[in-house]
Every structure is written in C-alpha cells, then in structure tokens.
Write a protein that binds this ligand. Structure first.
Ligand code: GDP
Ligand code: ZN
Length: 324
C-alpha cells in the first residue's frame, strides 16, 4: 500500500546521488527525478542548501511507515558557492571544463576561521576568500580564534584592518570561552558555510557552541577529504536555536575562474573607492601613470598587504590554474 504526497524541504545532506531533505515530516532520503538531471548539464541540479519540492511515497513495511522522496523541483538559487568541476579522468588536456560544482546553495553567510597563532594567520588566503565571498554575493564573517595565545590587543592588531574595511570580525577562544556567545548568536537562525585552514580550531569552536557539533562536522569533512576527485558527502548540521552550519573545505580549492581580471578591484571594498579616480578607466593599478590606487597605497590609505593581495589575485584571475 502506498500513497503519494508533496512536501517542501531543504537539502541538508548530499551523498552520491542521494539527498536528505529536511521536511515537516522529518528528514527524507530522496533521489532526483531524471528529468532534472537531464535539464541541467552545466551545474549540479541538486545541491546542499537547495530548497526543493518532493513527491513522497509512504511505504508500509512490517507495519512501519517509511517515507521515500523524489526531488521534482528545485527553487532557483539566490546565491551559491561554486567551483569548477574537476576535469574527468584522462581529459586533463582540456583546459576549461564547462561544469560547475555547487559547494553549497543559498548560504546566508560564510564564516572564515583563522587562528591568531598556531598556525599563524594566512592573510593572503583570507583576502582570497573575501574576494570569493564578494563575487558570490555572500556576506562574510571573520572569526579570529585562539585569542588566548596572543591576547586581545595583539589579536586586534592582526585582524583590526578587516574591521576598518567594514568586515565583521569576532574574536574567540574555544579554550577560555571568550567570544563564543557572540559567535553562537551570529550563527543562530542562519545557514552558514564555515571554512578555514586546518588546525585553526573550527571543530573546537563548534563544540563550544553546541556540544557534539564539532565532532559531527569533522567526521563528514574527513570522509570528504578521503574521496578522490568528487565530494563524497556534504552535510549541514542543525543548531539548537535554529539555522545550520556546514563545513565547506571545498572553498579552499576555488579558483578565481569566473572573475574577470578587470572586475577584481570591485571586490576589494578598500580599493574600489579609488578606482574611478584613476586617469585611465581600464587602469590595472600596476604601473599606470595617474593611478589613484597606487597613490592611495603610497599615502597609506590602502594597506600595502591588501594591495599585494590584489596583485596576487589579479595574477590568479589571469591564470586559471593558479593554486592557493
Ligand atoms: P580544526 O582543524 O580547525 O577543526 O581545529 P581543531 O578544533 O581540531 O583544533 C586544532 C587544535 O587547536 C587543537 O589542539 C585544539 O585543542 C586547539 N585549539 C582550538 N581552539 C583553540 C583556542 O581557542 N585556543 C587554543 N590555545 N587552542 C585551541
Ligand atoms: Zn589605477
């Protein structure tokens, strides 16, 4: 005996063709209607974070109700973190694969976690992440962890420039508990993609926010790292107060393949205001006469480190296969 129903939900787990959809009737493991797979060839038709419509079949097995779903419709994505899908085996010579892989759809924010020490913060990586966030229209939040190792003042010396640019920075210690309430509050009710180098304390922070959360997230991300070429599983974890967090290590491997070198300056909120003042409207801000950006760097209105990041990323944008 079976009867069909329609439900709406959120994809909270993706694993080799199966998607777990959170619905009003709990999580339902679902497959995807073949038609959807055939319609969208240049992106993942269904991904973590997608809002979907399911047809659900109730099956009675030994007196137990079991729900199975088929994803029939996917709501248009408001935004997404994507990366270029790796080229298929044996096709390395093909320089520009034309498919994108969706790391997470519709995140409300992306949290970049770095440590103040052990390991030393990698600001070039942070600047690169920030450009990817700006390009993807996803509000970033910076988390400066391990403040217990350096003290609050030193932590501010390190990360304060990002606050001056206008990015929110939360200073935390998973060891002393400083900033944990603030971080929990920033995550509650939102879908957050979390990323950062390993060892900075992501799992510890999540455990501090909610017991068990860090462990659960780490298990998935470790399994994912073992997978070759394709992501084995990706998952979002519910927060007690509402919202979800997903560890998204894949963001680290995002190349700036869809960033035009000429649009890059627009993704630096500290550089962008000077761009219209350059003498040439196609100024690259490298060595052009009358460049307002170079002048601002000289006068200390743009931090030299950020300008160096701009130069590096400009190089990367011009060379798709540059690696961080
Ligand atoms: P992940 O790889 O980013 O998930 O990092 P982990 O949570 O596994 O933490 C890496 C190491 O840093 C562990 O030894 C933690 O105990 C330590 N750690 C995490 N957060 C802090 C912190 O705020 N202060 C200090 N001193 N150590 C921390
Ligand atoms: Zn210029």
């Amino acid at each position: 005996m079976s009867k069909e129903k329609w439900l709406e939900g959120l994809v909270i787990k993706a694993q080799s063709g199966f998607f777990t959809v959170q619905t009003t009737r709990g999580p339902i493991v679902s497959t995807v209607r073949k038609r959807l797979l055939q319609e969208k060839l240049n992106t993942d038709p269904v991904a973590l974070g997608d809002r979907v419509k399911l047809s659900v079949v109730e099956e009675y097995e030994e007196g137990q109700v079991k729900l199975r779903g088929v994803i029939e419709e996917v709501a248009p994505r408001e935004r997404a973190f994507t990366r270029q899908a790796p080229p298929a085996e044996g096709r390395r010579a093909e320089r520009l694969p034309d498919r994108e892989e969706v790391i997470i759809a519709n995140p409300d924010q992306v949290v970049f976690v770095f440590a103040c020490a052990e390991p030393e913060p990698r600001f070039k990586m942070l600047d690169r992440f920030l450009v990817i966030a700006e390009k993807s229209h996803i509000p970033p939040l910076i988390c400066a962890n391990k403040i217990d190792l350096v003290g609050r003042r030193k932590a501010r010396d390190l990360f304060g420039l990002y606050e001056a640019i206008g990015y929110p920075v939360i200073y935390t210690s998973a060891v002393t508990g400083q900033g944990i309430d603030e971080l929990r509050e920033a995550l509650t009710g939102k879908i957050s993609a979390l990323t950062g180098p390993s060892g900075v304390g992501k799992s510890s922070l999540l455990n501090a926010i909610q017991p068990g959360l860090g462990l659960a997230v780490k298990k998935v991300s470790e399994a994912t790292h073992k997978g070759r070429h394709t992501t084995v599983a990706s998952e979002m974890f519910p927060l007690n107060g509402g919202g979800y967090v997903a560890d998204t290590p894949g963001i680290r491997a995002v190349a700036l393949f869809n960033v035009e070198p000429a649009e890059l300056d627009g993704y630096f909120p500290d550089i962008a205001p000077f761009v219209p003042l350059c003498r040439f409207n196609d100024c690259r801000h490298i060595d052009e006469p009358g460049c307002a950006v170079l002048k601002a760097v000289e006068e200390g209105d743009i931090w030299i480190e950020r300008y160096e990041s701009y130069l590096r990323l400009r190089d990367e944008a011009e060379n798709v296969f540059y690696r961080c």
